[in-house]
Design a protein around this ligand. Structure first.
Ligand code: NAD
Length: 299
């Protein structure tokens, strides 16, 4: 069992810490929001007074923060963690951030003799709670072998996709495909409904035909089609529209960096930006379908 420092106890980090504590690790935690720390303590973690204070005896440092600027601030800022992490500790950032930022922080860690992985996740809050996340890892294979047992306490699948930053690139590729597929699935169902079709029958047909996807079968964007999908509870919970918008912005940035064309990814980014401007930023990203007109529930 390891001594773990964990920073960032939000929708994802909170349940990830609970799974680490359940597996028997000693987890010392910090978040800017005191109630998030209290919840983690109730789940078996130890409260630290600051991010620096999580480092006491740490063998592994894990962060789960919103975006690039938070990760940069935590590790490289004034009093940044990298200058204080115990020698030999392994650093794992699970946040979804720009690949270039992941490489920058990992290079700074390397300059201090520390191994660092980018290990963004897929699987959402349900996967974080159930301990079934997919980890998408960039960095040295030897670092991943050190991290693997701990990652397996929080997830079911661990993919090594390349060197530093590659985990972030792969995560953005996945989410770009997801963003496009969700938007077009909503568009297809709205078209069928406008012709008088039953969205449930249409979705059931698509789920066993070539239009099938996670968006038809699991997180169907039409209210009432799938009982426990966010669409059936007013688009609450799930994966926020603004997090999808952030990921599509990162994909666009990554595309520009290498001159890649992502016409559908860019179109989808604009749709999620419009959805955010329509006041749906905090709702599940499947609410993008409501841009096309009222759904049956009136959402
Ligand atoms: P969140 O906003 O719920 O949690 C982030 C937490 O970080 C907050 O509690 C915040 O107080 C804390 N924080 C920010 N700066 C900090 C600092 N300097 N020190 C300590 N704590 C700090 O976000 P989340 O949903 O947990 O997502 C975290 C990351 O995981 C994001 O990059 C997101 O894109 C990614 N992700 C989220 C999901 C999802 O379904 N929510 C799925 C996959 C990946």
């Amino acid at each position: 069992m390891s001594q773990i420092a964990f920073i960032g106890l939000g929708n994802m980090g909170g349940p990830m810490v609970a799974n680490l504590a359940k597996a028997g690790h000693r987890v010392r935690v910090f978040d800017l929001v005191p109630s998030a720390v209290e919840t983690a303590v109730a789940a078996g973690a130890e409260a630290a007074r600051s991010a620096l204070d999580t480092l006491e005896g740490a063998e592994i440092v894990i962060s789960m923060l919103p975006a690039s600027r938070h990760v940069e601030g935590l590790y490289l800022g004034e009093d940044g963690l990298l200058s204080r992490i115990p020698a030999g500790a392994l650093v794992i950032d699970c946040s979804t951030i720009a690949p270039a930022m992941a490489r920058k922080v990992a290079a700074a860690a390397g300059a201090r003799g520390l191994q660092m992985l980018d290990a963004p996740v897929s699987g959402g809050t349900a996967g974080a709670l159930a301990g079934t996340l997919t980890f998408i890892v960039g960095g040295e294979p030897s670092a991943l072998e050190r991290a693997r047992p701990v990652l397996e306490n929080m997830g079911r699948n661990v993919f090594h996709v390349g060197a530093s930053g590659a985990g972030q690139v792969a995560k953005l590729c996945n989410n770009m495909a997801l963003g496009v597929i969700m938007a077009v699935t909503g568009e297809a169902i709205a078209l069928g409904v406008a012709h008088g079709l039953d969205p449930k029958v249409l979705s059931q047909m698509m789920a066993v035909s070539t239009g099938r996807s996670w968006a038809t079968e699991v997180c169907n964007p039409w209210p009432g089609v799938i009982e426990n999908a966010p669409a059936s509870r007013g688009y609450s919970g799930g994966f926020g529209n603004d997090l999808m918008l952030k990921d599509l912005g990162l994909a666009a940035e990554a595309a520009m960096g290498v001159g890649a064309a992502i016409p559908l990814g860019e179109l989808a980014r604009n749709l999620y930006a419009l959805n955010s401007r329509a006041g749906n930023g905090a709702l599940d990203f499947s609410s993008v379908v409501t841009l096309l007109g009222p759904t049956r529930s009136g959402a």
